[in-house]
Design a protein around this ligand. Structure first.
Ligand code: NCD
Length: 508
């Protein structure tokens, strides 16, 4: 599937099909060859345009390659590289800073931030395309594109490869994005090498199993290097550890040395690294590895310097594609999925038999009956309604019910009270398919079933403390979740992709 790149946000690598990824790297290759021949065919493509580059976290390569790419295309780059010297130190929000920058007629904004989901939030609040230059431990999609270009140049293909990811597989965003992209290609398998504390998150390994992608988890190079075609080493992300003592425990756990390389790796194996390598503390790649040659050849195993250089061509390609200057032959527009914003209360006809709602558990004159609740949800629903003390509550927990999901249901009757639409939405999250009957003068006048919408706004709190939508991040981003599975109740955060299953749901 090939959709237009014009005006598209690049927030997650997951929104790109394999054909689109190949198209981006081929475009980059074309630009790279043009520049090598010094033809400069692209030197004026973005003349007069301003590219905003707002980096709230340190960066050398990503930021400078975007600045360099903008300039090589004739555009002007408006860039800052840390919160130092900006009004963020005076407490200005991320949102205001970005909106203000975009007001300087930027045609596109590249953002980097330490919070997961910051790029999605930026894309939501701005009407110009947003490119994710790295958001917390979440994603780094343009790094992945340059990684793919490098792999294609080295191996001539993106399929039938065994990729070893080493280092920080828990907090590293580059691995997360690259792994998501490579999964599309046939014959891919993964090897993970890390101390046990930095293993890939369980939910990612479970996703690989569902997709039948072979992988092995290991704690050392000796057992894994012989299988690997590409070894992708990463830095232990000291700044993302909530507890610095935990960092100290793993800081010196893994190092690729010339000895390991020459004893265990295939001669055809190549080493990549998104850089920087932490040479101050304990280099994850021993400095001597840089110059180790494959025996009997003049070829080096280590290819991270040429990998980083590919950042320029990839970012030039992306700037041209998003501006609609290249890729004009692609006709299919890129459209975001349109989630119907329907009410969560699906009406049920009130017939004579429906009147029985007011017969179970005693009669009420006016109020609401909430029936077919999942028994575990009953007390949670009572808590969320925060009923005034004088509202008489009648409840029953484990009633037999053929219609209920697990054969048992809870019932709740509230006098002189009806839930607000927001409370109904919350009930839908806690107990989808529960029924709500409104009683007037002893009669059921309206009845409906609460249904989980596909997009849930401002109801749940993300379980990831580093997510931009969390209250303590002080961005006041609305919480947004997508329902992945209505029966099992599995939800996914719009910003950081964290999935939450029913027992982990926390209401806002
Ligand atoms: C990486 C990043 O920022 O995620 N660097 C980069 O962009 N090339 C890797 C890292 O910081 O370890």
């Amino acid at each position: 599937m090939m959709r237009s790149f014009k005006n598209r946000d690049i927030v997650s690598i997951r929104s790109f099909s394999p054909e689109e990824l190949v198209y981006v790297i081929e475009t980059a290759k074309m630009i790279k060859e043009d520049r090598l021949k010094k033809q400069a065919a692209y030197a004026h493509v973005l003349e007069g345009e301003t590219i905003g580059i707002a980096f709230f976290e340190p960066s050398t390569r990503t930021r400078l390659s975007f600045v360099c790419a903008a300039q090589a295309l004739g555009a002007h780059a408006l860039s800052f590289s840390s919160t130092e010297g900006t009004s963020l130190l005076k407490g200005e929000s991320f949102r205001h800073t970005l909106q203000m920058l975009s007001g300087y007629q930027c045609s596109l904004l590249v953002v980097r931030d330490s919070r997961d989901g910051a790029a999605q939030y930026a894309a939501d609040v701005l009407d110009i395309p947003v490119v994710n230059g790295g958001d917390g431990k979440h994603e780094h999609p343009t790094q992945t594109m340059l990684d793919l270009l490098t792999i294609r140049e080295l191996f001539g293909r993106l399929d039938h490869l065994t990729i070893g990811f080493a280092g920080d597989l828990k907090y590293g965003r580059t691995v997360r994005s690259l792994q998501a992209a490579l999964q599309h290609f046939p014959g891919i398998s993964f090897r993970y090498i890390s101390p046990p504390q930095l293993k890939p998150p369980a939910e990612e390994l479970a996703a690989l199993e569902r997709a039948h992608i072979p992988y092995k988890v290991s704690e050392n190079y000796e057992s894994t290097l012989p299988d690997i075609d590409i070894l992708y080493v990463t830095r232990i992300q000291e700044e993302r550890f909530p507890d610095k003592q935990e960092y100290e425990k793993v800081a010196r756990s893994l190092q690729l040395t010339p000895d390991l390389l020459l004893s265990y790796a295939k001669p055809s194996m190549r080493i990549l690294h998104p850089l920087p390598i932490n040479s101050l503390k304990f280099p994850e790649i021993h400095p001597a590895v840089d110059d180790v040659l494959v025996p009997g050849t003049r070829e080096k195993y280590a290819r991270y310097i040429e990998q980083a250089a590919n950042g320029l061509s990839i970012r030039m390609a992306l700037l041209c594609l998003l501006a609609g200057k290249l890729g004009t032959e692609i006709r299919e527009p890129y459209e975001l999925p349109n989630y119907e914003k329907k009410t969560t209360l699906e009406p049920v006809n009130v017939t004579e038999t429906k009147q029985e709602a007011n017969r179970v558990l005693g009669y009420i004159e006016n109020g609401t009956v909430i029936d077919h609740l999942q028994p575990d949800a009953l007390f949670k629903v009572i808590d969320l309604l925060a009923l005034p003390r004088d509202k008489l509550v009648i409840l029953g927990k484990n009633f037999e019910s053929k219609k209920a999901l697990h054969g048992k249901k809870g019932v709740l009757k509230i006098v002189d009270y009806s839930p607000t639409p927001n409370q109904l939405n919350k009930i839908a999250v806690l107990s989808p398919y529960a029924t709500v009957s409104y009683i007037k003068n002893g009669q059921v006048v309206e009845k409906g079933r609460v249904m989980l919408p596909l997009r849930i706004e401002n109801i749940m709190e993300c379980s990831n403390p580093n997510c931009i939508s969390r209250t303590e991040q002080k961005e006041y981003a609305p919480s947004v979740f997508y329902t992945l599975d209505t029966v099992q109740r599995i939800f996914q955060c719009h910003y950081c992709d964290t999935t939450i299953s029913e027992d982990a749901v926390r209401l806002r």
